[in-house]
Design a protein around this ligand. Structure first.
Ligand SMILES: Nc1ncnc2c1ncn2[C@@H]1O[C@H](COP(=O)(O)OP(=O)(O)O)[C@@H](O)[C@H]1O
Ligand SMILES: [Mg+2]
Length: 266
């Protein structure tokens, strides 16, 4: 099958279900999840704990199988992890015994990129996240915000078409978080990477996303997790978290997140 260039970075979930086996029988974590994300689009996923946000991301990453339906990236059904998808979690997952530059080069070398090109690419992406001066430091010598920048640089150095981020800024203090949000916005604008971004923070979702996917349900509600609404964010390029239209949208999404489970809106 020939995949056209225009498919790169396109993410499609088609009636996806994930059933986990449990001691008390099997549990449908999510069901009926359908979503299309366009190349270069930034989509945030919000919803209460347990509604299946991480499950959706893990299936796209190829860490979990899809029980029914299809998850595809770049026009290909996902069957395993791959370099077209970069994954960033809350914990940075850096190797503490490698320097910043070595951490960023590691995955490239694993994939057979030559030493010279890996070195050059690492430099480029470390600069992109503003850490040129820290390339020879070890992760333990850096703040949490800087470590997360390294994690982002490491993933982007592989030049994925899709970035899958699961509460990546959840462990950071408010100021650092705001800073990293701005940088992420700039960086994905420059690289054109498609982003699926799970967050607990509705403010963060509205600040960053082109569209916000609201998930509800989950095992504790007796309904599988599902998408209850997709909200476009028509607030332009430069967003002010204190503006009244911004706050109005935040309130609208908060109401959807907290709506009684089982109501499936379209
Ligand atoms: N590996 C697993 N085995 C069994 N159940 C799981 C597993 N991972 C997640 N779940 C269950 O699936 C549901 C969705 O979990 P998750 O995707 O982590 O939700 P969220 O990220 O929205 O908090 C929860 O009920 C959770 O307990
Ligand atoms: Mg989660």
């Amino acid at each position: 099958m020939i995949i056209s260039e225009s498919h790169a970075g396109r993410v499609v979930l088609d009636d996806v279900r994930k059933t986990y086996a449990a001691s008390s029988g099997s549990v449908d974590a999510v069901a009926g999840v359908s979503l299309e994300v366009l190349p270069g689009e930034f989509v945030a996923i919000v919803g209460a704990s347990g509604c299946g946000k991480s499950t959706v991301l893990r299936m796209l990453a190829g860490f979990e199988s899809v029980t029914a339906g299809t998850a595809s990236v770049g026009g290909r059904p996902v069957t395993r992890p791959g370099p077209d998808r970069g994954v960033v979690f809350q914990d940075y997952g850096l190797f503490p015994w490698l320097t910043v530059a070595e951490n960023v080069r590691f995955g490239l070398r694993q994939r057979g990129v030559t030493r010279g090109i890996a070195r050059q690419r690492a430099e480029e992406y470390i600069a992109l996240v503003g850490l040129e001066r820290f390339a020879d430091r070890f992760p333990g010598q850096l703040s949490g915000g800087m470590q997360q920048r390294v994690a982002i640089a490491r993933v982007l150095a592989n030049q994925p078409s899709v970035l899958l981020m699961d509460e990546p800024f959840g462990a950071l203090d408010a100021l650092t978080r705001t800073q990293l949000q701005r940088e992420l916005h700039r960086i994905v604008g420059e690289t054109g990477t498609t982003v699926l971004f799970v967050t607990h923070s509705i403010e963060e979702a509205v600040y960053l996303a082109d569209r916000v996917v609201v998930m509800t349900g989950g095992a504790s509600h007796g309904v599988p997790g599902h998408i209850s609404r997709i909200v476009p964010v028509d607030l332009g390029e430069h967003r002010d978290v204190n503006a009244s239209d911004f706050n109005a949208l935040e309130r609208e999404i908060a109401a959807l997140v907290h709506a009684p489970a089982g109501t499936r809106e379209r």
